[in-house]
Design a protein around this ligand. Structure first.
Ligand SMILES: Nc1nc2c(ncn2[C@@H]2O[C@H](COP(=O)(O)OP(=O)(O)OP(=O)(O)O)[C@@H](O)[C@H]2O)c(=O)[nH]1
Ligand SMILES: [Mg+2]
Length: 466
């Protein structure tokens, strides 16, 4: 962390502004060597005041030509992104101009940063915790207004505060247990009173329940980050691809009157009312000897199994049994999978519509015409209400990610052992080990006890310049 790093912080390509970021002890020094407020070349002593915006020019240190007219923002640590001295240079955005400025900076003693290294420095300097660092990536990758909302609240420290709160409660209990443990044999251990133990029993239950709630929050809401997976399925030619295109409002899938048009699953991101979905159009499912179709049907089935919501499509005037439905959408052992029964082509036949049997009356049914764009608005609404029916958006103002969930599950396991220990008045030593484990598990979430592997796997997923 004692060296100075630099990188282009904005995406490659032409654009209005491109930003280069420098962080480290030499940041101000390097900037003052390359920057001048005038069109005459820098004397290497431009005094830079922190948190001001300077207008001027960046010079090529070799041939002393002006490379670009820029705005330069010096920020003295710790009041900066990394909590080190940082200089940001706003230049024109073009690959060559940014690359040339960066080369100049590197030639003055900075090194090219690794992916996520700026954010990693912010973490290592204690300006942010791991959940906030992860939220930076979530903000960048947010696929909808809602995912952005959750990422932003995590970035402000919502999850950090709650996890730290739980951890502190456990640390308090551990301290009490430790004075009661006779480490040396010299001093008489202090037995906590029954009242104290009863108080901590409640604390353990409380923390345990909070951890379990967080795990549930992950399960209920994680799809808001990655997108709710929808699969459109049904027999060939019922209009699956036509519906796909209607929902996406673009010609994504090929539509023809020939049954068996779609073979490969076609996947696309879709945003309805700020909620991200990933929708897949699939091959029509039926008995066939066509090898390509058979593979397409296998893939369709895989998508159905992996999706959160299935749009099962039928057209009017066809025979229909529960068995046919069950073959396409196997519902057993698939908790949480939701289905909408979509009847397409109602423009052809308004009466005589296929129906699910009594057994499946709870499955919502909707009639549409993909060709005439009828019922599509209603279907969109139904998709949203069904998808987020179980979700309490306010309660889920933070969504633990998979990494957090795993750590929380470990904490739950240790806390359950403590709970049993208290109920059966087991040895303090044993309980102290379990408490320590749960404190460590929670610490990996915020980063207090995260291993180097964990840090690497988080920061390596960032882009360079972040
Ligand atoms: N009349 C009418 N025709 C429709 C409607 N939706 C789709 N079609 C027609 O039905 C035919 C098949 O449509 P597709 O969207 O390709 O059907 P598919 O289910 O994707 O078919 P496969 O990919 O072959 O399984 C095309 O000729 C469409 O124009 C509708 O609502 N009404
Ligand atoms: Mg198709």
């Amino acid at each position: 962390m004692n060296d100075t790093i630099a990188a282009i912080a904005t995406p490659y390509g032409s654009g209005g502004i491109g930003v280069i970021r420098i962080s480290g002890p030499k940041a101000f020094d390097i900037a003052s060597k390359l920057f001048s407020k005038r069109q005459s070349r820098p004397q290497g002593c431009t005094a830079l005041e922190s948190h001001r915006v300077y207008h001027g020019y960046i010079f090529d240190p070799e041939n002393r030509d002006i490379i670009d007219e820029v705005l330069l923002i010096p920020m003295k640590g710790p009041s900066s992104y990394t909590a080190q001295d940082v200089v940001e240079i706003q230049a024109h955005s073009g690959i060559i101009v940014l690359r040339t400025i960066l080369d100049g900076i590197l030639s003055q003693g900075a090194r090219l940063s690794e992916p996520g290294e700026f954010t990693k420095r912010a973490f290592l300097n204690g300006r942010i915790d791991l959940t906030q660092a992860e939220a930076v990536a979530d903000i960048i990758n947010a696929k909808s207004a809602n995912s952005l909302k959750f990422a932003a609240s995590q970035n402000l420290g919502a999850l950090k505060t709650q996890i730290q709160g739980l951890r502190e409660k456990l640390i308090g209990f551990l301290a009490l247990l430790e004075v009661s443990i006779d480490f040396s044999g010299d001093v008489e251990p202090l037995e906590p009173s029954t009242k104290e133990m009863a108080k901590f029993y409640n604390v353990i239950i409380d923390v345990l329940e909070k951890c379990q709630e967080f795990v549930k929050q992950h399960d209920d809401a994680c799809f808001l980050k990655d997108g709710i997976r929808i699969t459109i399925c049904g027999a060939p030619n019922v209009g699956k691809s036509s519906l796909m295109n209607r929902l996406l409002e673009q010609d994504r899938s090929i539509v023809t009157a020939i049954p068996g048009t779609t073979r490969d699953p076609i996947e696309e991101g879709l945003n309805i009312d700020g909620i991200p979905f990933v929708i897949t159009d699939t091959a029509g499912i039926h008995q066939t000897d066509d090898l390509v179709e058979i593979i397409g049907i296998e893939k369709a089935k895989d998508h159905i199994t992996a999706s959160d919501l299935v749009l099962f499509m039928k057209e009017p005037g066809t025979l229909f049994t529960d068995r046919e439905f069950e073959k396409v959408v196997p519902l057993e052992n698939q908790s949480g999978r939701k289905v909408i029964f979509v009847i397409n082509k109602i423009d052809l036949e308004e009466g005589n519509l296929p129906k699910l049997s009594k057994k499946y009356q709870h499955i919502p049914q909707i009639e549409i015409s993909a060709l005439l764009n009828k019922g599509i608005k209603e279907l969109r609404q139904k998709i949203v209400t069904i998808s987020i029916a179980d979700l309490d958006m306010e309660k889920s103002s933070v969504i633990p990610n998979l990494r957090h969930k795993k750590a929380l599950e470990q904490a739950v396991e240790s806390l359950e052992a403590v709970k049993t220990g208290l109920e059966q008045t087991l040895e303090e030593e044993t309980m102290a080990i379990d408490i320590k484990n749960s404190i460590d598990s929670l610490g990996t979430i915020t980063g207090e006890t995260a291993s180097l592997d964990i840090l690497d796997s988080i920061f390596n997923n960032f882009c360079i310049g972040k």
